[in-house]
Design a protein around this ligand. Sequence first.
Ligand code: GLY
Length: 643
Amino acid sequence: MKSSEVRKKYLSFFASRGHVIIPSSPLVPENDPTTLFTSSGMQPLIPYLLGALHPAGKRLVNSQKSFRAQDIYEVGDNRHTTFFEMLGNWSLGDYFKKEQLPWIFEFLTKDLKLDPKKLYVTVFTGEAGSGSARTGQSLIPKDIESIQLWKEIFSRVGIDAKIGDHASSADARIYTYNARKNWWSRSGEPDKMPAGEPGGPDSEVFYDFGPSTSSGQVWHDSKFGEKCHPNCDCGRFMEIANSVFMQYQKQADGSLKELAQKNVDFGGGLERLVSVTNNSPDVFTSDLFTGAIATLEQMTHKHYAADETDTRSMRILADHIRGAVMMMADGVIPSNKAQGYILRRLIRRSLLYGRRLGITEDWKYIGELVAPFAKIYEDSYPDVLIKTQQIKLLLEEEGMRFGKTLEKGLSEIEKIETLDGHKAFYLYESFGFPWEMTEEIARDRGQNIKRTQFEEEFMKHKDASRTAAAGMFKGGLADHGEETTKLHTATHLLHEALRRVLGEHIAQKGSNITAERLRFDFSHPTKVSSEEIQKIEAMVNEKISENLPVFSTTMKKEEALASGARAFFSERYGITVTVYSVGEKGREFSREICGGPHVAFTGLLGRFTIVKEESLGAGIRRVYATVTKNESAAHPGKISSKA
Ligand code: GLY
């Protein structure tokens, strides 16, 4: 089946059972700064699972865009992806196990037409084993009710479902596991749940690819254990559905308390469900990926399934570009912090694996992978199609920016026989080659490089790089005279005002300052309208009239970036950087990594005017601006000192 068909069937199955279809929340969670991405369907619904009333009622269903950054290194096998769609249905204190389990079985076997004989289920075994699910002092019991329900469900289709565990014989149908496998919360088993987190035992459905091998033999690789079972990692089984009985909340004292309402939280990965309808263990053969894989085949003149290493590279590229596209459609842009940093890592890894497929020169190829995803998500996520040009441009820009670093770094790495933390630092400091990439390449080579060695070097170079950082911006300044210094501070105000008026996508592309004027280049897809120019000027002039203090602090580059300081080509900075802030401490209007110098108070700048705005082509705009003398400046014009 096609993905659109599976998605539609699922939504209408639950809609016809009283569920309201709710839209997917954005990939970047709204009002939840604790996580970078929405990583499950239940995440936006937590308040309602805990008891708040949902405006759409007690039965909800949707397909949620999700992203799991922690799976980035797993991608490349036949089933892991970073971005995925999670089909979810919820009972907010309404129905429970006896409705949920038969419904899921009916959906899988009737609507998706899966052969019941290929389905195996798992149920929570209680405290036995290493799990530690407790309420107060009592243990959370074995889920006898679900076992009984599954026995009845299977018997209705003529299957005598035997009960077993991972060590018992292979003819069991219902397997029991401890909390490590059959307990779900966003942070895993009960011991790992933070106070306040909801969770509960779950019951999963697995699809068996085993008996369908051409030889008729049951497929099991004994290196994963003597006996095969649903949670065996040999690849025979794939988890396709997870009904969580979300009825507990972790307490500050470490115990689990029953919630006032018993909820059902179902999650089923769309990619996997589509693959099993086609009896394929490879999610990358589903229609969600075929367009991108075909494009890659054309580009590389290689066949997807011809060579294991190439297959892996194609999967990584297809997954990472899809993830990047979906993030950008939701407004994320490449940067050095938070979501933007994960996006940057996806794009950089794509370029690395592109090179491994033999695409060495033309970084623009990554832009060609946007169209297949725009097409496949045309109806479900139309934003991808609407923003195609913008996404392509951002991808290509990032590709161009990192492509050269990658080329240089890789040719240097080839010369190094044994990689270690010291060498990783050398690559980072000399070529801006990211630590993660050296680490990944060493891992592929079977070399284990230590982060501690890298950090040691980092500290040793602190003083030397402080000097380097201070020199950075001198290139953009004609001199350190009074007028140039004022215009330099005005440039910081302008940069921030551009972002606030035009959007977070604004990135500095260049800066040149003389005693007469400032010149500033930045990424922006369209002409800046005269209304926007007025707004930007007004914002800068407001900050000038507030006479804000300008001060600098020295910190590690990572700290500066994490604190939200703006950076211009941050790969080029040293390890220790100076951050110039405009505004009272804690209420800064702007923070930028920069070598100075700056005026001490913005009141010294005089009136700010944008005199010209023009295009530099390829999504880059240039503005010229001046400041006039302000006789009523409240403070004498001195160069600011360190705070
Ligand atoms: N919320 C259930 C799951 O993600 O599997």
